[in-house]
Design a binder for this molecule. Structure first.
Ligand SMILES: *[C@@H]1O[C@H](CO)[C@@H](O)[C@H](O)[C@H]1NC(C)=O
Length: 269
């Protein structure tokens, strides 16, 4: 069995798949500030062949709601609880803030471990790190490769080298791959990707963002291929979602849905 679920507006929790004889592997890919109108099957200008084909073979959830910024949105996914319940509904955690996902919250990876899963996280945490008890490996993940804050330079702190599906081979895998892409405060992408949109998208910010989208799509294509090559794809559920929609000031677009106000810009200040 292999099921892909593509969610282009974020999800609070997903428990769509019930019975399996063996426990399936679960790969949850989470994009950042990714607009409704910025994926190929909503807007054909965007070149996302891998996401399109995963969506075509899978199940699309086209209607659901999330928090407007990163910390509450990601925390809700990781706890299955509305952020107002644990006091983090308002804003993002800033790098210097003594604050994190409350330590008495039970996390999704903790529950996955109880169910026998090896739990790995790659990417963006953004649930606080002021004391060691707050970091991903103390909150249910067997391993973590990524960064703690909201956003950072894509090139000097790339997270792409740390992806290794061969670890924890004997357990079913729960991988939470939380991209910074396509967050565009530090918008940057190798030029060959943005060049694909020369003459198609005039606005430079949006052209860069489109290149970032296609680069992310290629990365997801590579991950899918690795899962297939290592023989575990047939027992894998892949979920793709994102934390909140596109930010027009950064080239994102949610048409025909409501504009995300820049008041809610993730990681400002
Ligand atoms: C995808 O894999 C190819 C082949 O290994 C590599 O050249 C390319 O950089 C990868 N793309 C991304 C976005 O990681």
């Amino acid at each position: 069995m292999s099921i892909s679920v593509l969610l282009t507006v974020p999800v609070l929790f997903l428990s769509a798949f019930a019975r399996c004889d063996s426990q399936p592997n679960i790969v949850f890919i989470f994009a950042d500030d990714y607009g409704w109108n910025d994926i190929g099957y909503h807007n054909p200008i965007f070149q996302t062949p891998n996401l399109n084909s995963l969506a075509a073979d899978g199940i699309k959830l086209e209607n659901y709601y999330v928090a407007p910024v990163c910390t509450p949105s990601r925390g809700q996914l990781l706890t299955g609880r509305y952020a107002m319940r644990y006091g983090l509904v308002h804003r993002n955690i800033r790098p210097a803030q003594r604050m994190c996902l409350p330590l008495d919250e039970v996390t999704l990876p903790e529950k996955m471990k109880q169910a026998g899963y090896a739990t790995h996280m790659v990417g963006k945490w953004h649930q606080g790190f002021y004391t060691p008890a707050c970091i991903p490996t103390q909150r249910g993940f067997d391993s973590f490769f990524g960064f703690y804050i909201c956003t950072e330079d894509y090139f000097t702190h790339s997270a792409s080298g740390g992806f290794d599906l061969k670890r924890g081979e004997t357990d079913p895998l729960f991988l939470y791959l939380a991209y910074q892409s396509v967050h565009a405060k530090y918008a940057s992408v190798p030029q060959q990707y943005s060049d694909l949109y020369n003459g198609i998208i005039e606005d430079e910010r949006r052209r860069t963002l489109a290149g970032m989208v296609t680069c992310m799509d290629e990365g997801i294509g590579n991950i899918t291929k690795t899962l297939k090559d290592s023989g575990i794809w047939d027992n894998t559920i892949l979920i793709f979602s994102n934390d909140n929609g596109g930010l027009p000031a950064h080239g994102g677009n949610n048409w025909p849905l409501r504009v995300r106000e820049s008041l809610y810009e993730c990681c400002s200040g």
